[in-house]
Write a protein that binds this ligand. Structure first.
Ligand SMILES: Nc1ncnc2c1ncn2[C@@H]1O[C@H](COP(=O)(O)OP(=O)(O)OP(=O)(O)O)[C@@H](O)[C@H]1O
Ligand SMILES: [Mg+2]
Length: 251
């Protein structure tokens, strides 16, 4: 087998590459919500033996019917919840072994999370909302606000820093929540229907902003969406169906 070296001195042997590193790996994930005594709802089994591998720099879309378990899966990947069985790995870390404090640290340091609803704090300005995760980890106010100003600019809203979140449009609020997710410079971005509450044109703008920031900052991203056009524009599309993820090759 050729190693790519053909005797031409201008050509170097190809380096042995193991490919991009694995950033997130879910192995044999099972999630069962127990039946609630007295409630009509019985046991809910969401996943059984779900596997997922996400490599550095990938942008993966997850689609699936409402109720398929997409949000529940993101919660497991962000250590917001624990699986009934199986494991989520982030590098060498096993998320199921985290104490609540370790899980909070993991979310603060490794993961940026964007929710369908922005959950900005209405009594604070846009800039202060972006700075919040840094203040939560103990960074001084001046340094946190300086970093927040950088990310405010990254999402194209440098003129809106002093506005309270209630004074911003839905699209602007979602941009601020994206800046808040990225201000800690996480490796991983998890976004759960970030355009779900927005009109078509604003949704496209927010999706393209996420895509641009993903590339510019070398993120590893997972985007849950009902929008198949957006999903097709991600590097890989997976469909969550009957508790498993299926690769979608063609629409
Ligand atoms: N704490 C819980 N206890 C019991 N069942 C739950 C719990 N959380 C979620 N579920 C159920 O799990 C299923 C999947 O919910 P999930 O929110 O993950 O779906 P989804 O794919 O994100 O849907 P959507 O596209 O509407 O956001 C639903 O049937 C939901 O009722
Ligand atoms: Mg959901």
């Amino acid at each position: 087998m050729s190693n790519g070296f053909d005797g031409n001195t201008s050509l170097q042997p190809l380096p042995v590459s193991s490919g991009p590193s694995v950033v997130l790996r879910a192995e044999g994930l099972t999630k069962v919500y127990p039946a609630v005594a007295g409630a009509a709802l019985g046991e809910v089994e969401l996943f059984r033996g779900l596997d997922l591998t996400v490599h550095a720099g990938e942008m993966v879309a997850i689609v699936g019917d409402s109720g398929a378990g997409k949000s529940s899966l993101l919660h497991l990947l962000a250590a917001l919840d624990k699986p009934t069985a199986g494991e989520v790995w982030c590098g060498e870390s096993r998320l199921s072994t985290f104490t609540p404090k370790q899980a909070a640290e993991f979310r603060n340091r490794e993961v940026g999370y964007v929710w369908q609803f922005h959950y900005l704090l209405p009594e604070f300005t846009a800039l202060e909302n972006i700075a919040m995760p840094l203040l939560a980890r103990g960074m001084g106010r001046a340094a946190a606000l300086e970093k927040a100003a950088f990310w405010l600019n990254e999402v194209g809203l440098s003129a809106r820093g002093q506005h309270r979140s209630g004074e911003l449009s839905g699209g602007e609020q979602q941009r601020i929540s994206l800046a808040r997710a990225l201000v800690t410079e996480p490796e991983i971005l998890l976004a759960d229907e970030p355009t779900g509450d927005l009109d078509t044109r604003t949704g496209v703008a927010v999706f393209e902003l996420i895509q641009g920031l993903h590339q510019a900052h070398g993120l590893t991203s997972i985007l849950v969406t009902h929008n198949l056009d957006f999903a097709a524009r991600c590097g890989r599309m997976l469909r969550l169906r009957q508790g498993r993820l299926e690769e979608q090759k063609n629409l």
